[in-house]
Design a protein around this ligand. Structure first.
Ligand code: ADP
Ligand code: MG
Length: 327
């Protein structure tokens, strides 16, 4: 690289953090971090690959923002408060304009949640970004996928499908117009639902973030909890922007199978739900979309209903290693 590895790190990734728990950050062989009494450490990692997770030629600042957002979303799903990250960056070339943009998007979101970059690795290769995040959660409880019980009510935050619609906007170059810009933004800059996860930490019976598509991820939650679910398709929140640009059937596909939402899917015991919902401080809407049922005993744990009738979608959610149409 024309710009040396050391220069890249020094120029773009050695930002001083104000966090008191970073005893030693970027620049040594490893970081040294302070622990927090009464808390457990929560760790997650996500990789994004050019051409797989974001279109080639995406804006560098959006890539930086998104790489962290998808990771913080995992911490949100655990009810954790973010603290640190490490960054593995594989770059085809050391382009200063790209690096400056990437760092600005990354630190924009990092600063919002006071996440310190404490280390990483920088190599030449295809554009691949891996971030590991770590956060704290109080020792008395954290969210898991496995706690849903029959009779629990099923909720989702935000409006599932808008991100997938945003990707379609980008791929089909449906540029121009407020709705197109809004949907694109929903794909490029997902908002990790950290505050919601923190509020749900001790009250939700189960939670996970929706990254591969609502139905696919709901199946994972059902499998982890040993339950089934009935999803009421009519109850899905409607998106004015999607309504303007897409057919209703396409919108439904995006909502159920689209992926990239990074919303929280969670369950509340029915008797507790009204009190919990009334105390939540919303940054975004939360919608009841179904109920948890007893395990179905087959490989179709999720029953979709529309106007009370069984409803089958055309395409399932995203799986990197699935062969062809899952049928
Ligand atoms: P080593 O060879 O000992 O693994 P490196 O030369 O790879 O160390 O990295 C030097 C320092 O810079 C380390 O503190 C490492 O964590 C940090 N670092 C390297 N790449 C990045 C990056 N992309 N973002 C943040 N820190 C980085
Ligand atoms: Mg070393």
């Amino acid at each position: 690289m024309s710009l040396g590895e050391f220069d890249i790190i020094a120029r773009y990734f050695s930002r001083k953090s104000t966090r008191g728990d970073v005893l030693l950050g970027v620049g040594d062989d490893a970081a040294v971090l302070d622990s927090r009494a009464g808390h457990k450490l929560v760790v997650a990692m996500d990789t994004i690959v050019e051409g797989v997770h974001f279109p080639a030629e995406s804006d560098a600042a959006d890539i930086g923002y998104r790489a962290l957002a998808v990771n913080l979303s995992d911490l949100a799903a655990m009810g954790s408060e973010p603290a640190w990250m490490t960054l593995s960056l594989s770059l085809p070339r050391a382009n200063e304009q790209w690096l400056g943009g990437f760092a600005s998007g990354l630190f924009e979101l990092a600063n919002e949640y006071d996440v310190a970059l404490v280390g990483g690795d920088t190599v030449r290769g295809p554009l691949v970004i891996t971030i590991q995040v770590a956060g704290w959660v109080e020792a008395d409880g954290w969210l898991t996928r496995s706690g849903a019980r029959p009779g629990d009510l099923l909720f989702v935050s935000g409006i599932p499908g808008e991100a997938a619609a945003g990707l379609a906007v980008i791929q089909r170059r449906m540029l121009g117009g407020e709705s197109a810009a809004f949907l694109q933004h929903r794909f490029l800059r997902p908002r990790p639902r950290i505050e919601l996860g923190r509020q749900l930490r001790t009250v939700a019976s189960a939670a996970m973030d929706v990254s591969d598509g609502l139905l696919t991820d709901l199946k994972k939650l059902c499998a982890a909890s040993g339950v089934g679910a009935r999803l009421n398709v009519d109850g899905l929140p409607e998106s004015p922007a999607m309504h303007e640009l897409f057919e209703a059937e396409d919108g439904l596909q995006y909502a159920l199978a689209g992926g990239d939402d990074y919303e929280l899917l969670f369950t509340l015991p029915a008797e507790r739900a009204p009190a919990v919902l009334s105390t939540l401080q919303f940054q975004q809407r939360v919608t009841q979309i179904g109920v948890i049922t007893a395990a179905t005993g087959d490989d179709r744990p999720v029953q979709c209903l529309r106007d009370g009738q069984p409803f089958r979608i055309k395409r399932a959610g995203y799986d990197h290693f699935a062969a062809g149409d899952p049928g």
